[in-house]
Every structure is written in C-alpha cells, then in structure tokens.
Design a protein around this ligand. Structure first.
Ligand code: AMP
Length: 418
C-alpha cells in the first residue's frame, strides 16, 4: 500500500455513511421546523478571518490551525470552526440588509491540528446554527432548545446542559481587573501560555487544560459575578424562558468557552458515558463579532455540535439507528441469454425508483442467491430457462422465504403493491 490516511482522519464506508444520512436527515428536518436555512461555505478561508474572528489568544488559533501558503503565496487556513465563515458570508453577501433575523445552519468538515484520540480528530464534522440580527433572550432560548431537541429526536436524553453569561466588554473590563488582582501573586505558577494570557486575555485561563492552572483558577472571581445590569437582566430572561420551555440546565460560572468572540450567553451540552470528550455541543452569543469582522453592529448567537461524537454516543448508549426500510431487488439469471433479460429487468425496476442490482462476477445461480442474501436484498427475481420460456420471473421474498411467479410485463405493478 502506497500510504495510509493522515492521522486523525477517518474513512466512512457505506455501513457508516448510512448512519450519517440518517442523522443528517433528522438535522435537516428539525432545522426546517425551526426556520433555519442551510448555508454552505468554503472549507478554507484567508487566515486572517480566523486569527481576527476566532481570536489570537485562543487554543485554536495559537496551536491548532492547518495554515499554509497557497501557490499564489497567500496564507490560507482549513476552517477550524464554522462561525467565522458564516459571519464572513453574511457580510460578503450583504444579508444584513435583508429582513432580520437571519437563521442559518451548516453541516461539514472542520480541521484542527490536535492530538488525536477517541472522539478527537484532525478532520471532524460539525452541525452548527447561527442566528443574526436580534439580541432577544428568546432567540438564545430558541437556539438552545434546537440543540436539546435534536439530541432528543436522535434518542439521547441523558444530557447535562450548562449555561452561563460571559457579559459584554464592560463586564469583561471589571472582571479583568479583579482577575488580574487575584492572579498577581500566583503568576509564576501558571503555565507559560497562561502567563501570556494574563496580559492579553486572562479569561482564557479558565479553559487551560493544565491541572495547575485549573487548580489556581478554580477559586478566582467568576465573570458572572461581574455582570452589568443589562447583561444580568438578559441572562435572567434566558433562564426564565428555559424554565418556561421545561429545559433542565445547570448554571456553570466557569463556562467561558474556548473562543474569544462570545458575549453574554454561553452554553455547553455534556453527555454521559463518553469519557474525556464528553462535550457534544457548545455555543453562545457573539454580539460584537460581525462588527469586528468589518460589518454593521449586528448581534448573533449559535452553536456547533460534533457529529462523530454524536454517533459515538449513540453506539455507547446502545441506541438503535432506524435507517428507513427500502425495497432492494436482486435479479439473478441462469445463463448468458437470461443475463440480457436481467439487464433489461434491472433497468425497468430502477426507472421506477426502486433499487435493483444484478451479478457482474460470473457467479453460478446458487452463488447469486447467496450473494443476494449478503447484500440484504429484500427480494430476488430469478430468470431461469423455464421462466424465459413462459415470460415470467420467480420472485423470492428473502425474509419470508416464499416465492411466486410474476409475468415480466407485470413486475412494476407487483413491486409497487408490496
Ligand atoms: P467547539 O467549536 O470547540 O466549541 O466544538 C464544538 C463541538 O465540536 C464539540 O463539543 C465537539 O463535539 C466537537 N469537536 C470539537 N473539536 C473536535 C475534534 N477535534 N474532534 C471531534 N469533535 C470535535
């Protein structure tokens, strides 16, 4: 073999993609129910979009981006997340000039150069939603409810929803001062990355993975304790609507999320039983991001959900994936003369939107019947000498084992009645 796939990437074969299709169908239906339309963006962007949009002091930008110079010597980056690209598309296509809110969703691959392990990959897929143009707390609750509803529709109900508010730039200023005071005597103990963060963006220390930094930060003043009046009211309203919608949640004052652009509401959904990578969904409000990317002052809120982790969780929880039942016809033939009739029959069946297949490996009739079983055909049609003479096929119901003769001219009528 010439080479193997790059570390942290996956191949999905048809038995896997069937599960992806099932999940994507549920996502698409749910998004239609909530009034979110699909957006498709490029998988790479100019590097500055992520550096500025996601934030220069985040783990993603500091350590995890796939950045390279293209043949025109431009620095481009494989997208590590979706929000910055959606914001760019929202601006570039002047969607802000239309009636608001704008409600989008996306499904697609993301790239992060991280240490691969179960549930953490270098190419992974996210389903995300973004809603622009309104700072109404009811929209925060809608976005959170959409995430919870999706997990419920898929069959997951053992969820822990953590919510918090990280306030606005004013609250951050107050918090930064308090935090710097608190950290000033323990600065030497922080990891080198967090020592830099102390100057630039001390809030990021909350999501450092080092256990020493975690221990130090655990008693630090929280951002939630520094909220201004408007941000406090907004957060209370979000909680009130979540209560109204009967959504269980935990207020988690340490939940600041790994990206710089969040303001006010942040949330994360954790599922039981998948170990270290238990966060399945994360999101929040980003009221300054559109402006920061060069657009008009436009609030926004969204989340992203990891689809590999979602499927992994379903497996671990023993949740059955209900792929839709579909008729699948295998047309078996006895010799070269019957083969031509098989080609014709398969095409007639396909033309009527029913799945049909035949043998291309020169198998004996017996081996063809075995093969039909292997590929989960629901029915096998046998074209033998007798059948050809009579102008019929023998149809075998693979589940029941019963069989009957059908006139070739009558096949479609017969199949649609099954
Ligand atoms: P984030 O954009 O970091 O908030 O991530 C949102 C969700 O994407 C997480 O909750 C995970 O489910 C998923 N995710 C993030 N990074 C990875 C990764 N490297 N591999 C697989 N899933 C990931």
């Amino acid at each position: 073999m010439l080479t193997k796939r790059p570390r942290g990437t996956n191949d999905f074969l048809p038995q896997d993609t069937e599960k992806w299709h099932w999940m994507e169908d549920i996502i698409k239906k749910l998004c239609i129910d909530y009034g979110y339309g699909e957006i498709r963006m490029p998988t790479f962007e100019h590097t500055e979009l992520f550096a500025r949009g996601v934030g220069e002091t985040t783990d993603i930008v500091e350590k995890e981006m796939y950045t390279f110079l293209d043949k025109g010597e431009r620095s481009v980056t494989l997208r590590p997340e979706g929000t910055a690209s959606v914001v760019r598309a929202f601006l570039e296509n002047k969607v802000f000039s239309k009636a608001q809110p704008t409600k989008y969703y996306y499904i697609g691959p993301m790239y992060r150069y991280d240490r691969p392990q179960a549930g953490r990959y270098r190419q992974f897929h996210q389903f995300g939603v973004e809603a622009f143009g309104s700072s109404d707390a009811a929209l925060d609750a809608e976005v959170i409810k959409l995430a919870v509803d999706l997990l419920n529709r898929i069959g997951l109900d053992k969820l822990a929803l953590h919510v918090n508010s990280v306030g606005c730039p004013e609250c951050r200023k107050v918090h930064k001062e308090k935090l710097n005071d608190y950290l000033s005597n323990r600065l030497d103990e922080l990891c080198t990355t967090c020592q830099k963060r102390y100057e630039k963006n001390p809030l990021r220390i909350f999501d450092c993975k080092s256990s020493v930094c975690q221990e130090i930060i655990s008693d630090a003043p929280s951002i939630t304790s520094c909220l201004c009046k408007e941000c406090r009211e907004h957060f209370d309203k979000v909680c009130e609507i979540l209560n109204l919608l009967k959504i269980n949640y935990i207020i988690d004052e340490n939940l600041v999320r790994g990206l710089d652009y969040y303001t006010r509401t942040t949330f994360e959904i954790i599922v039981e039983g998948i170990g270290a990578q238990s966060a399945i969904c994360g999101g929040g409000r980003y009221d300054k991001l559109v402006e920061q990317c060069g657009g008009p002052d436009t609030p926004g809120i969204g989340f992203a959900m990891g689809l590999e982790r979602l499927l992994m969780t379903l497996d671990l929880h023993g949740i059955n994936i209900k792929t839709s039942w579909r008729k699948k016809i295998f047309v078996a033939y006895v010799d070269n003369k019957a083969k031509l009739e098989a080609v014709r029959t398969v095409n007639i069946i396909r033309k009527n939107n029913i799945s049909a297949d035949m043998d291309y490996m020169g198998r004996s009739l017996k081996a063809q019947l075995k093969y039909a079983n292997k590929i989960d055909a629901t029915h096998t049609m046998i074209l033998g000498e007798e059948e050809l003479k009579k102008g019929v096929v023998t149809v075998k119901d693979m589940e029941q084992g019963s069989q009957e003769e059908i006139l070739i001219d009558n096949i479609i009528n017969y199949l649609t009645l099954l």
